[in-house]
Design a protein around this ligand. Structure first.
Ligand SMILES: [Zn+2]
Ligand SMILES: [Zn+2]
Length: 837
């Protein structure tokens, strides 16, 4: 009997598959109606309307929408939960599908699209339309096939989203229809009640000072705020998270947020967007108990707050960040049930799958550690160049690998931060949003096919050329032997190694051909917009300053200016209003007219060194060149950097104290010769400076001596900083190094980056940790070392910061003691720089 039953099953299965397909439309006519419940939710109603609309666009047939209150008979497409659906007894697993999942079924002559009432049925309709060939690539580009006959073969499948929170954060992805059709549910989209709403945050992030405003509390309660360097501060500070009153006030604020924003489901209690954690004894003790990490006091605080909130609002979630100084997880405390951690790989290389790039080993360690302590982890991922929204950003291999990787580590929500200015326009914003949306729904989505379809739909006849350009760009970063193996960073400059001359030439060729064959205007506009990225890179590179005689400036200012103006006009014609995070296009115009011009320079030279100094650029030494090798040891800024050309090199900066902003100083040349320059400097507050920079005989040594004096009538605080930015070149080899002997006699000799640590960092050495009179910046593969000598007792702190992200930069900053000068009082600060073989 058993065998006979099996035989029947084997026979009926293929028969079922050969079941007559449903003929939804034939010859532009349909016998079907779309049936929804008379009590349909707003998104179920929209689902029916969208199905009707697109079936008509596809076939010319308009299927009527009927409710199951009327007698339903004949051929029906059942959309969403309804009495009519119940009568079919199909056992659709609504419980399992949750609010966003759905089932697609054929049942006899009927078609069923039904899922969660919140958004599930609506997503089911879009998934069904995709099966017919529909694609919604961008708000201004979709593909809706045309056919007079629409048939549906036997269907029986269910789908649920890979992540509960899915947010591609690009201006282009906020469009309501695009977001609904591509099944994203992000906080910033224009999704509304008609689309079943979305995931709602309040506030979204960096909320410490919104929760406890310094303007309201600092005067009476400085102890609520970070203790930094022995003082309670709010500028560049955070909160003292172990103070019980900070918890009490924080809870009250969050309760107020919930009352004023009841629509939100998740409330963010998260650190400000800078460092400045509290250094008080209590906070430090908690850090020690939690494995020596700053996330310890943070998570204990957020947990305690979430426990209080839960008493009145058990359904609300509390969000916080594992970001920057809190990226590593604590060793003891675990996130509560109603807490969501957003882990942020801000220091990662975005060219390569995180598991495959040694630059990202530090992040994978943090991700693994967090995934072991919570199964509710969210990720804040980065997907654009925030310094240059238009810069080509080849991160598609990385996205295709890492969105599925996150799911493997149990991540349940993804905020994919791209470019979000009004007007949008970031490089590949549409394609990136499209691919991300597909992966957020289904981590098994075929990315290559999605890119190919997008190219066809978006670039039409130019698709092949644009795909070739896309592949060329990605070969710049793919590991050898498939590509050149460059890494990719979110604040990289247009002079980045992966944007080399050879790439630009080939890319221009392909995009130029694409424009020629584009055919229609819409396609040509799409290609021209892509071309704008290449123009942006070239324009930025063309801004490069050079020394010519006694002037430092761009080689052809008039031509550069004309090119810049054309570029800005073109950018505006595409609706672009911003090229960098937080800055308007107008800022670029102002910055260009203010800074891009020739500056006078002075040259000093002996038989070992050539030194070029720009008095108007903060009296900066721009070049310190070893004559024998021609190598400049100072960092030359990229023309894309904000503030260019007043950046890089070596200089002297005046501060009121170690933590405040520098005083603006105006410098004048008092005397100059081939071996010595003397400058006078004035600050608006009345500090006067006299700075001498001289070459020491014929030695490879540059000596500096600065006297500061209070020329005003009141006492003035001052701390001088002598800062040299060393650059090692060799951007592909990250073996940037620092060595010195500490004042307690211990020798330090470090290669700064190695697998498992971040690719940039900063450290401050105090007391016995300070170098004993000199420190060296060098590269293991470069012949020359850069040595900074100083008087041990004249330097209170030594601060360094470094990066190997597409460069090898190590900045050495020496601070004088912080002093308050009486009128007429002053002191002298000396530091020397030597090039050592
Ligand atoms: Zn504290
Ligand atoms: Zn990499």
């Amino acid at each position: 009997m058993k065998n006979a039953w099996l035989l029947i099953a084997l026979i009926t299965l293929p028969l079922a598959a050969r079941e007559q397909p449903i003929i939804l439309v034939d010859g532009g006519r349909s016998t079907y109606s779309i049936c929804i419940s008379s009590e349909a939710s707003p998104s179920e109603r929209r689902a029916a309307e969208e199905l009707q609309r697109f079936l008509e666009e596809i076939s010319g047939a308009q299927l009527p929408i009927v409710t199951d209150a009327a007698a339903v008979s004949g051929d029906v497409v059942l959309v969403g939960k309804s009495d009519a659906l119940d009568r079919l007894r199909l056992n659709i697993p609504f419980e399992d599908l949750g609010p966003e999942g759905f089932a697609l079924r054929t049942a006899g002559r009927h078609l069923v699209i039904a899922g969660g009432r919140l958004r599930g049925t609506m997503y089911g309709v879009y998934a069904f339309l995709e099966k017919l060939g529909c694609r919604w690539f961008a708000p201004d580009a979709s593909r809706i096939p045309k056919m007079s006959r629409v048939t549906v073969a036997s269907l029986d499948e269910t789908q649920k989203p890979a992540f509960e929170y899915r947010e591609p954060y690009f201006t282009e992805a906020w469009d309501k229809d695009w977001a609904a059709r591509n099944k994203t549910n992000g906080a910033f989209t224009r999704l509304d009640e008609s689309t079943g709403g979305k995931v709602q945050y309040y506030p979204f992030v960096h909320s410490f000072y919104e929760m406890i405003p310094p303007s309201q509390y600092f005067r009476e309660h400085p102890e609520y705020f970070s203790l930094i360097d022995g003082q309670r501060r709010t500028e560049r500070g955070q909160l003292c998270l172990t103070n019980p009153d900070v918890l009490r006030v924080g809870v009250a604020s969050v309760l107020r947020w919930i009352a004023s924003h009841p629509e939100a489901t998740i409330y963010s209690v998260s650190q400000n967007d800078w460092t400045g954690w509290c250094e008080c004894d209590r906070c430090r003790r908690v850090e020690e108990e939690e494995g020596g990490v700053h996330s310890g006091p943070l998570l204990r605080y957020v947990n305690a707050l979430a426990a209080e909130i839960e008493k009145k609002h058990p359904d609300k979630l509390i969000d916080t960040l594992a970001y920057w100084y809190t990226e590593a997880p604590p060793s003891q405390v675990r996130p509560r049930r109603n807490v969501r951690i957003r882990l942020c790989p801000i220091g990662a290389c975005d060219a390569h799958a995180y598991e495959q790039c040694d630059r990202n080993a530090y992040f994978m360690r943090n991700l693994k550690a967090w995934s072991q302590v919570t199964n509710q982890l969210y990720i804040w991922h980065y997907n654009t160049n925030f310094s240059h929204y238009l810069l080509p950003f080849p991160d598609f291999d990385e996205l295709a690998a890492d969105i599925p990787m996150y799911r493997r580590y149990g991540v349940v929500g993804l905020f994919l931060e791209g470019a979000y200015p009004p007007g949008g326009g970031a490089e590949n914003a549409e394609l990136r949003s499209y691919v991300m949306a597909r992966l957020l729904w289904d981590t098994n989505a075929n990315v290559d096919q999605a890119i190919e379809e997008f190219m066809q739909g978006y670039y039409g006849r130019a698709a092949k050329k644009m795909r070739a350009y896309f592949d060329l760009l990605h070969r710049q970063v793919r590991f050898k032997p498939n590509g050149l193996g460059h890494h990719l960073w979110i604040y990289q400059q247009p002079g980045a190694p992966y944007l080399d001359r050879d790439f630009l030439r080939k890319a221009r060729g392909l995009v130029g051909e694409a424009i020629r064959i584009a055919g229609d205007d819409a396609t040509r506009q799409h290609v021209r917009k892509a071309e704008l990225s290449l123009e942006y890179v070239e324009l930025s590179q063309a801004k490069q300053f050079h020394v010519n005689q006694a002037l430092y400036g761009p080689s052809d200012l008039a031509a550069l200016k004309a090119r810049f103006e054309t570029f800005v006009k073109d950018a505006r014609s595409f609706g672009i209003q911003s090229l960098h995070e937080g800055r308007d296009l107008k800022d670029d115009e102002e910055e260009f007219s203010k800074r891009i011009k020739p500056y006078s320079v002075l040259t000093m030279e002996n038989s070992a060194l050539r030194v070029i100094l720009a008095p108007e650029l903060n009296a900066r030494v721009l070049y310190l060149t070893d004559i024998r090798t021609g190598q400049n040891l100072l960092r030359e800024a990229d023309p894309g950097e904000r503030g260019y050309p007043d950046l890089g090199g070596l200089g002297l900066f005046v501060f009121p104290d170690y933590h405040a902003r520098p005083c603006e100083t105006t410098w004048k040349v008092l005397a100059s010769s081939a071996s010595e320059v003397t400058l006078s400097g004035t600050c608006p507050n009345g500090l006067n400076l006299r700075r001498t920079i001289r070459l020491k005989g014929n030695e490879p040594v540059l000596q500096t001596e600065t006297r500061v004096e209070n020329g005003g009538r009141d006492a003035l605080p001052v701390a001088l900083q002598a800062r040299a930015e060393y650059s090692a070149g060799l951007p592909e080899d990250p073996r940037l190094s620092l060595s010195f002997t500490r004042q307690d006699g211990e020798a330090v000799d470090r290669t700064l980056f190695s697998a498992g640590v971040e690719t940039s960092g900063s450290e401050t050495y105090l007391a016995e940790d300070r170098p004993a009179g000199e420190w060296r910046a060098f590269h293991r593969q470069a012949p020359l070392k850069f040595v900074n000598h100083f008087e041990k007792d004249g330097v209170a702190r030594c601060a360094m910061n470094w990066s190997v992200r597409g460069e090898n930069r190590l900045s050495l900053a020496l601070w004088s003691p912080q002093r308050t000068l009486a009128p007429g009082e002053g002191f002298v600060f000396r530091t020397d720089y030597e090039v050592e073989r």
